[in-house]
Design a protein around this ligand. Structure first.
Ligand code: SAM
Length: 263
């Protein structure tokens, strides 16, 4: 039962958010977090999701680990971790940050999660961790091409169109969700983009694709404010001026979609 994962005897003092608007005044920069990667998320996001949807000792899968934010939260919270990223620089960086850590609770893989062979590596990682299934999966893909992460053709940030992006992301999900236990949860963290003078609701396109192709229940559409995001720091100044001069609104939020897997 999902409620087993939280100690409800102390529910009034528990720090798990239950509203669907998450406003964080500051990024948590404690421990291993360094905020060196353009396109990372704030540690409070994996902290909230892992605390809510897993128990200590369970396995979290992150197919887009980037700078290791989810891994560092797993280490702090005593969860096991399996991660993939196509960016070998980040693989080396995160490995170096884990030099002094217990190697028995995590695996890091520099591999393309859209490639079917990723399933072999997930299975191998589970065996290494002495487990058979993943308890929670977190997906933080590129927001199509707004930040280019590598020049590899299968990097989702190099997709030529939104349709190609959705199609490739579907492959990632299909490979990864094979290993998520039935009736367990996964989250997708994504934002919208602006192209050809209009908003492209990338997040809702992904959500629809998931509802259409995977038997799931949508449990939450959380809106998270991204005040303080490096790319938007000028929002009070030049971006506001440009928005007023033109006809659009400045993006300040991202979405966290939480799904329950029912297959
Ligand atoms: C938005 S970032 C994730 C950031 C991460 N959550 C963090 O806090 O640092 C997206 C990541 O997806 C990776 N990526 C893109 N396409 C991929 C693919 N096909 N397989 C694996 N990783 C991929 C990029 O290299 C990038 O590190």
């Amino acid at each position: 039962m999902i409620s087993d994962r939280i100690d409800l005897s102390n529910w009034q003092h528990c720090d798990i958010l239950t509203d669907d608007l998450w406003l964080f005044p500051n990024r948590d920069n404690q421990g291993k977090h360094k905020n060196i990667y353009h396109g990372n998320f704030i540690p409070q996001i994996p902290y909230q999701l892992i605390s809510r949807y897993t128990k200590a000792g369970e396995v979290v899968l992150d197919p887009f680990f980037g700078s290791g934010t989810t891994l560092f939260e797993c280490e702090k919270l005593g969860r096991k971790f399996i991660g993939f990223d196509i960016n070998t620089k980040m693989f080396n960086y995160v490995q170096s940050r884990m030099m002094d850590s217990n190697k028995n609770f995590f695996t890091l893989n520099a591999f393309d999660n859209t490639d079917e062979r990723v399933k072999y590596y997930i299975k191998k990682s589970l065996t290494y961790l002495n487990e058979t299934q993943v308890s929670f999966a977190i997906f933080h893909p590129p927001y199509h091409d707004i930040v280019q992460f590598t020049n590899k053709p299968n990097d989702l940030s190099n997709c030529k169109s939104v349709d190609e992006f959705i199609d490739k992301f579907k492959k990632t999900l299909s490979h990864s969700l094979t290993f998520l236990a039935k009736n367990h949860y996964f989250a997708v963290i994504i934002g919208d983009i602006y192209k050809n003078s209009e908003v492209v609701p990338l997040s809702f396109l992904c959500m629809n694709m998931i509802k259409k192709h995977f038997k799931t229940k949508l449990k939450g559409i959380v809106v998270k404010n991204i005040e303080g995001n490096r790319g938007k720091l000028g929002a009070g100044g030049i971006w506001r001026y440009r928005a007023l001069k033109s006809d659009y609104y400045i993006f300040k939020h991202e979405y966290i979609f939480v799904f329950k897997k029912e297959f």
